[in-house]
Design a protein around this ligand. Structure first.
Ligand code: NAP
Length: 458
């Protein structure tokens, strides 16, 4: 795949980049490795000062970088600005909390293990390669980079090939903020060039946010090389609505939960599972809400849903929908892409889903919702778990016993009750099953790329 910016709202090629050659990759690996030897000895205070400076720069440049994000991958300018602001917040969070998250940890009563002192110390692993997706082109990277850099690791970014300008901006941002040269470098390389970087002995670990095939490939190479990985892969989150819920609110949030980021979020709610007592009311409000969204130019502040990021991404959605319709699904709104330039697709709700449809099993990475009617909570839980993924889950009920049941039985990395799944720097984020393993964000996330060294002193 060529490395190029293509405006999804018009289809116009904005800029094309030549992938790095072997000598350029070698130069960057060698710089990263040399930098780590020095950088690991810097203090939390020094790292925090650089990270806070990056946050300030990002705040000041929010509008300009948001325009770049929108131009490269089609998210609305409004949401791009919000993403940039969230990145600055995430940086400040780790600048403030990393020292406490990585403080020496008492491990045992020293006397019991025959020591005068016994504790754990978190130390950085080294050079970490981040393979990242285009859908949140800044946030996905920052939630890796901020904790990794605060922990004393050095980052290499292989960003998605359709967001090279965002990738270059991030390297430039960290450099201008004062991080030593080589602490955070962007590798403009294609997916086929990742293997040799992973196998390089100077690379200690890798993190992937993306599709299952990308995760499988990176994890199997790292398995052979005995290198730590974190995988943040796809999701097909359930959104369950029970009779005690505030149905109007649930339906309004459902629209946002499905269509945020033009429907291209791993934690977007994708399968809407509604108790039969409130199904008709929810379905009507949800479909009305989806229909009311304004699809169009992502630069226009009045737009709710911009284009899909790639032509292939839209074709995938159209194929999933066509297969469902062929097997008897009922399109309740949307369903047909407009003619004209750009990869637009309208918010779409599909009912009468059956297990033989691809849409029942696969992740729909666009504004396409499936709607299910269930008779009771057992059926709701069973259907919510009837997926190979396990990223987030949403459950709407005011009944404490039902809330407890969802918390206990939904197979997912997160359950949000009476709200939609969102990421926060303060909360662990990650999945189970084919959504991956490991966690980002919070204290847990910063420790993923650390060696917890056991210290025993007699
Ligand atoms: P993708 O094709 O897997 O791309 C993601 C990244 O992986 C890109 O940098 C891509 O490079 C690279 N890549 C692809 N195949 C690779 C391989 N075999 N070896 C090494 N690198 C490889 O994913 P996408 O379709 O663009 O992104 C959407 C997916 O990401 C969805 O499934 C979504 O749910 C998931 N996602 C998950 C999370 C989470 O936190 N769990 C967050 C956001 C998105 P190229 O661009 O050069 O191909």
């Amino acid at each position: 795949m060529a490395i190029r910016s293509v405006n999804p709202a018009t289809g116009a090629v904005v800029q094309t980049f030549e992938p790095l050659g072997a000598a350029e990759i070698e130069q960057r690996l060698s710089r990263a490795s040399a930098t780590f030897a020095e950088y690991r000895r810097t203090t939390f205070a020094e790292r925090a000062a650089w990270l806070l400076r990056a946050a300030d720069l990002l705040d000041a440049e929010r509008h300009d970088i948001a325009v770049t994000m929108t131009t490269e991958m089609g998210k609305t300018l409004r949401s791009a600005e919000a993403e940039a602001a969230k990145c600055a917040k995430g940086m400040r969070f780790y600048a403030e909390h990393a020292p406490a998250f990585l403080a020496d940890e008492p491990l045992a009563d020293p006397g019991v293990v025959g020591a005068s002192r016994a504790f754990g110390r978190y130390q950085p692993l080294g050079v970490v390669l981040a393979v990242m997706p285009w859908n949140f082109p800044l946030w996905q990277v920052v939630r890796f980079a901020a904790p990794a850099l605060m922990a004393g690791n050095v980052g290499l970014l292989k960003h998605a090939s359709n967001v090279p300008q965002c990738a270059l901006y991030l390297e430039d941002l960290f450099t201008r903020a004062g991080f030593p040269e080589g602490c955070f470098q962007t590798l403009l390389i294609g997916a086929g060039q990742v293997e040799s970087v992973l196998r390089d002995p100077r690379v200690a670990a890798a993190t992937v946010t993306g599709s299952e095939p990308a995760g499988q490939s990176v994890a199997s190479i790292c398995g052979q090389e005995i290198k730590k990985t974190v995988l943040e892969l796809g999701g097909s989150d359930a959104f369950v609505v029970m009779p005690s819920a505030d149905v109007e609110r649930a339906a309004a949030v459902a629209v946002t939960a499905r269509c945020q980021n033009n429907g291209q979020s791993c934690i977007a709610a994708k399968r809407f599972i509604v108790h039969e007592d409130v199904y008709d009311q929810f379905a009507q409000l949800f479909v009305e809400g989806m229909r009311a969204l304004r699809v169009g130019d992502p630069m226009d502040p009045a737009t709710d849903v911009g284009p899909l990021a790639t032509e292939g991404g839209r074709a995938d959605i159209e194929e999933l929908l066509a297969d469902a319709v062929k097997h008897g699904a009922n399109v309740l709104c949307g369903g047909t892409a407009p003619s004209g330039p750009g990869w637009f697709f309208p918010p779409t709700v599909v009912g009468d889903i059956t297990p033989d449809m691809r849409l029942h099993l696969e992740e729909a990475f666009g504004p396409l919702a499936t709607l299910y009617r269930v008779p009771d909570i057992d059926a709701a839980v069973e259907l919510a778990n009837a997926t190979s993924f396990g990223l987030g889950s949403n459950a709407w009920t005011t009944d404490p016993a039902e809330q407890e049941r969802f918390i206990a039985d939904l197979d997912a990395g997160a359950v949000f009750i009476n709200g939609m799944v969102t990421s926060h720097p303060e909360l662990p984020f990650g999945g189970v099953r084919r959504s991956g393993y490991g966690r980002e964000l919070s204290a847990v996330g910063i420790r993923e790329f650390c060696n917890l060294k056991t210290v025993w002193a007699g």
